[in-house]
Design a protein around this ligand. Structure first.
Ligand code: ADP
Length: 451
C-alpha cells in the first residue's frame, strides 16, 4: 500500500492529537494520525492530576498570586535544574493559553488545586471531579472527528524515511495483520510517548529499576526514541526515569497525588509518618523504599474520600482497607495501634496550628478525624520517562550536534529536557498541550514553506 499526506503524526496520545487539532486549526488539510493500539489516549488517558498553568483567570478569581517566573522556578527546582530552561520557559509562558485552548475545544479545566512541588495552587482540573486524562482525550477524540482527521488505529510506525538530503519524506508502518505500508509525507510529528512499559529499556538506562512495576499503558515502549535514534537524533536525560510513589503493588493502580493533596498522610509499618507527603515524587519514592517492606500505607478519612471521586474507584477495586477507628484500622493493617492513633492525633494538632514541625508539610487540608478511616498499600512504580529526543523551542528535532532533521518535529513524553531529573505532577499535561500545539503549528509552517 502506498499513501500520501502532508503531515504524518505518529501516536494518538495527548500530544499527537493536540498537534493534529492545532495543525488543522492553522490550515493543514492533508494529515493522518497513526496509532499502534486499538484505542487512542496512550498514557494521557491515565493522567489523574491536572494541568499546571500560571496567571490564569481561574487563579485570579480565587486570589491566587502566581507568575510565569514562579512556575519556571518551581519546575526547575523540581527537576533539580537539569531541565532545559528554554523549554521550561516556553511551557510556563504558554500554560495559561493551554487552559483556554483545552476549554475551547470542548474540555473542562476550571478548578484550581494544590499539588506537590508547586508554591501556589496551580493545577487546573475538571469541575466535576472527573480525571483530567479521560476529559482531555474525550475532547480531543471528538474534535478530531469533527475536523475529519483520519486516525489509523492498530497501525504501528516502524521507521521514518529520509531523502538523500536528509529531510523527512515518509513513514514506514505496519497494520495489525502485519501488512507493511509506506506513507510519503513532508513532515512527521513524533508523539509516541515514553518507554515506562518497556522494562528492558528502563533497565538499560537505569539499572536500579530492575523488577519495578509500572503505571504505564502497554504501548509505552519507546518506539519513537528508537526511530529517532536511527536518524541520529540527539537524546537528552535518557536515564532520568520517574517512579510514582503511591502505586498499589498488587494491582499497579496508581493513587492520584490528589489523595495526598486533599489530606492523606503516609505511615510506615510502625504507624509513623516518615516524610512530607507533598514532597516531589523522587523524594517521596526514596523515602518509601527506606521503610520496612519497601512499602507504606496511605491513610485518610471520610472527608478525603468525599472530596475525590477517584477514591471510589480504588474502593471498588478492593484495595482500600476501611475501619471505624484508628485502632481498628491499625489492627487490620498489622500496624502498631497506639502509634497510629498517636500519629493521627499529632497530625490533627499540626493541622489545627497550621504547622507541621516534624516534616514541614505546608498544605494540610483536613484534620483526618472524620470516621471511617481508610488505608491503601503503596509502593513506587515506574511512571514517567523524563528523557527523550532533543528538540528546540519550536519542537524541531535536533541531532547531537544541534543541527536539525528537516521536517521532523516531536512533542510529549517522547521528548527530553522539559522535566529534567523529576517531573512535577500536573506538568505532563501542560507539556502535552503546549508542545503538542507548537508541533502542529511548526509542522504546518514547515509544509507551507517547503511544499
Ligand atoms: P504523549 O501524549 O506524551 O505523546 P501518550 O502515551 O499519551 O504520550 O501517547 C503516545 C501514543 O503513541 C500512545 O497512544 C501509543 O500507543 C502511541 N504509539 C507509541 N508507539 C507508536 C508507534 N510505533 N506507532 C504508532 N503509535 C505509537
Amino acid at each position: 500500500k502506498e499513501k500520501q499526506a502532508d503531515i504524518v503524526i505518529i501516536g494518538a496520545g495527548g500530544a499527537g492529537m493536540t498537534a493534529a487539532v492545532e495543525a488543522v486549526q492553522k490550515g493543514a488539510t492533508n494529515l493522518v494520525v497513526l496509532e499502534k493500539m486499538p484505542i487512542t489516549g496512550g498514557n494521557t488517558v491515565r493522567a489523574t492530576g491536572g494541568l499546571n498553568a500560571a496567571e490564569t483567570p481561574y487563579q485570579e478569581a480565587e486570589g491566587i498570586e502566581d507568575s510565569v517566573e514562579l512556575f519556571v522556578e518551581d519546575t526547575m527546582k523540581g527537576g533539580k535544574d537539569l531541565n532545559d530552561p528554554k523549554l521550561v520557559q516556553v511551557m510556563a509562558e504558554q500554560s495559561a493559553d493551554a487552559v483556554t485552548w483545552v476549554n475551547e475545544i470542548g474540555g473542562d479545566l476550571s478548578v484550581v488545586g494544590q499539588f506537590g512541588g508547586a508554591s501556589v495552587k496551580r493545577i487546573h482540573r475538571p469541575s466535576d471531579t472527573s480525571a483530567v486524562g479521560p476529559m482531555l482525550v474525550n475532547a480531543l477524540n471528538a474534535k478530531l472527528k469533527e475536523l475529519d482527521v483520519p486516525v489509523f488505529l492498530e497501525t504501528e510506525a516502524v521507521h521514518i524515511l529520509l531523502s538523500e538530503e536528509g529531510a523527512v519524506q515518509g513513514v514506514q508502518a505496519v497494520t495489525k495483520g502485519g501488512e507493511p505500508y509506506t506513507i510519503s509525507c513532508k513532515a512527521v510529528i513524533l508523539a509516541t510517548g515514553g518507554f515506562g512499559a518497556n522494562s528492558e529499556m528502563v533497565v538499560k538506562y537505569k539499572k536500579d529499576l530492575d523488577g519495578f512495576c509500572t503505571t504505564n499503558h502497554s504501548g509505552a515502549t519507546g518506539d519513537g526514541i528508537v526511530m529517532a535514534e536511527e536518524l541520529k537524533a540527539g537524546l537528552v536525560d535518557i536515564d532520568q526515569i520517574q517512579t510514582h510513589p503511591t502505586v498499589n503493588p498488587d494491582t499497579t493502580t496508581m493513587y492520584t497525588e490528589g489523595v495526598r493533596g486533599n489530606g492523606a498522610i503516609l505511615v510506615n509499618r510502625s504507624g509513623k509518618r516518615f516524610v512530607n507527603e507533598l514532597e516531589t515524587r523522587d523524594v517521596v519514592s526514596e523515602a518509601i523504599l527506606n521503610q520496612e517492606g519497601k512499602t507504606c500505607f496511605m491513610v485518610f478519612d471520610q472527608s478525603v474520600r468525599d472530596s475525590l471521586s477517584a477514591i471510589e474507584k480504588y474502593i471498588g477495586q478492593g484495595i482500600i482497607t476501611q475501619a471505624d477507628t484508628p485502632e481498628e484500622l491499625a489492627e487490620a493493617l498489622g500496624v502498631d495501634k497506639d502509634q497510629l492513633k498517636a500519629t493521627l492525633e499529632q497530625y490533627a494538632k499540626y493541622q489545627a496550628e497550621g504547622k507541621d514541625t516534624e516534616f514541614g508539610r505546608e498544605s494540610m487540608e483536613v484534620p483526618l478525624s472524620m470516621p471511617p478511616y481508610y488505608a491503601g498499600l503503596c509502593a513506587p512504580a515506574v511512571h514517567h520517562t523524563m528523557g527523550g529526543v532533543k528538540i528546540d523551542t519550536t519542537t524541531q528535532v535536533l541531532k547531537e550536534d544541534g543541527s536539525a532533521i528537516p521536517g521532523l518535529f516531536a512533542a510529549g513524553e517522547v521528548v527530553g529536557g522539559v522535566h529534567g531529573a523529576n517531573r512535577l505532577g500536573g506538568n505532563a499535561v501542560t507539556d502535552i498541550v503546549v508542545f503538542g500545539r507548537l508541533a502542529g503549528s511548526a509542522a504546518y509552517d514547515y509544509v507551507a514553506a517547503n511544499g
